[in-house]
Design a protein. Structure first.
Ligand code: HEC
Ligand code: HEC
Length: 361
């Protein structure tokens, strides 16, 4: 039962690909609203429709519940009314928007998690002992430059000469679902730092639904059993990034603007934090281990009415394949959904026909 719900949540997230009519750079952009697209909307009328999946997952994560907590019929009919928690959530949405409007100049400073912190029913309580603040790491007297951090990263991966020898990769991996028991096989083909096919083969529970994510150097696609799945702008970017990142230590070619921010900590280890922008609206953060020089975390944020929807990738357990290091344990997380990729086989310089990447349909 529980697994079923999780699967529903994962697929719903994947399938929430609404028609997004935005055209970049056009101020007259017409964006379909939730009020236009969905049937039973009383509060989120003006929200862009393509934020619905993100907002529902952010609310679920904040309360530590699944969809059925509010959509109590648990039959995938999200329009259905008459559920106490759904009605309360509407009141809470209104309250949250009013707080931001009246006290924070409309900035989404307050969200469900500000109060809920992962529990559905926050209890009124006060700390009885002083809360010990987490010590922030000491900042270096002389800030490292982005070039220094990237040079160290290149060396840590195996060095320019070794990296140049790798032209393609065939990676076999397993996708581990949050229950730790459900696995799907993954096959990843990369070529030239700009071509990618990721195939996710279903485990028994998922039937025969094969998902492919493709980047052909210009466009990203997602296919479910051969049929095109509409992608949102941020999802397209993430598929592209999968293609660009690990075959290519020259991150400046990927991110036109990179700035050193600070020294911080990830899992107790000191990291250099860099902001890396593709454009004004597409900003990511990259975290490099101060000691090893390796990239350990990447965070992409997409603005929503409840604040930033965060997509976080943690890269761990780097191992050498043909003189070049790759992370073999990769954790992907968005609010309410997370999964792990465990890499168990990497073959370098396998022959991959270019047509495989372009002739998809
Ligand atoms: C905390 C309560 C809560 C949780 C948890 C929640 N929802 Fe909702 N959902 C709502 C409310 C409230 C609305 C109606 C919003 C409005 O009236 O503007 C809604 C509306 C929807 C709609 C639009 C339905 C329509 O056509 O009118 C969909 C789809 C939806 N939710 C999906 C989900 C999914 C999928 C999940 C789990 C990932 C989820 N919801 C989790 C409270 C919740
Ligand atoms: C300013 C603090 C605050 C914010 C922000 C907030 N909540 Fe709450 N919420 C509470 C408190 C406190 C309760 C418990 C109220 C009670 O005891 O009756 C609660 C209760 C609820 C309940 C009923 C839970 C139950 O077990 O009966 C739901 C559902 C809920 N909140 C959803 C949300 C959602 C969704 C958001 C974001 C859109 C949100 N809340 C934002 C403070 C907050």
């Amino acid at each position: 039962m529980k697994t079923k719900l999780k699967i529903a949540a994962i697929f719903t997230f994947a399938l929430f690909a609404c028609v997004f009519l935005a055209t970049s750079g056009n101020t007259q952009t017409k964006i379909e609203t939730a009020g236009q697209k969905f049937k039973s909307i009383k509060v989120l009328n003006d929200m862009p429709a393509d934020q619905m999946g993100k907002v529902m997952n952010m609310m679920s994560a904040s309360l530590g519940v699944n969809c059925a907590f509010c959509h109590a019929s648990n039959d995938g009919d999200y329009e259905k009314e008459g559920f106490e928690h759904k009605d309360t959530a509407r009141q809470m949405l209104k309250m949250t928007f009013e707080l931001n409007k009246n006290y924070f100049d409309g900035r989404p400073e307050i969200n469900c998690n500000t109060c809920h912190q992962g529990i559905s029913h926050p209890k009124p309580s006060f700390p009885l002992k002083p809360v010990i603040a987490v010590e922030s790491p000491v900042q270096p007297d002389k800030k490292p430059t982005v070039d220094e951090i990237l040079a160290k990263y290149e060396t840590a991966l195996g060095g320019k000469a070794n990296l140049a020898k790798i032209t393609s990769r065939h990676i076999k991996a397993q996708r581990i679902e949050p229950d730790g028991k459900t696995f799907e096989d993954e096959e990843i083909l990369q070529k030239g730092g700009n071509l990618l096919i990721q195939t996710i083969y279903p485990s028994k529970q998922y039937g025969d639904y094969v998902v492919k994510e493709i980047f052909d150097g210009a466009t990203a696609f997602k296919l479910g059993n051969g049929a095109k799945i509409e992608l949102k702008a941020d999802e397209t970017e993430q598929i592209k990034r999968e293609a660009q990142l690990f075959a290519n230590p020259n991150l400046k070619a990927v991110y036109p603007k990179m700035d050193f921010r600070a020294v911080d900590k990830v899992d107790g280890r000191e990291v250099y934090v860099i902001t890396a922008s593709i454009s004004e609206t597409q900003r990511e953060r990259l975290y490099f281990d101060v000691q090893t020089g390796l990239l350990v975390r990447r965070v992409a944020s997409t603005p929503t009415i409840l604040g930033n929807f965060v997509f976080q990738v943690d890269y761990t357990d780097y191992k050498k394949f043909g003189g070049v290091k790759l992370p073999t344990l990769i954790n992907f997380a968005v609010p309410n959904i997370h999964w792990t990729r465990k890499v168990f086989d990497v073959k370098n310089n396998v022959k991959i026909d270019d047509a495989k990447f372009t002739k998809i349909f």
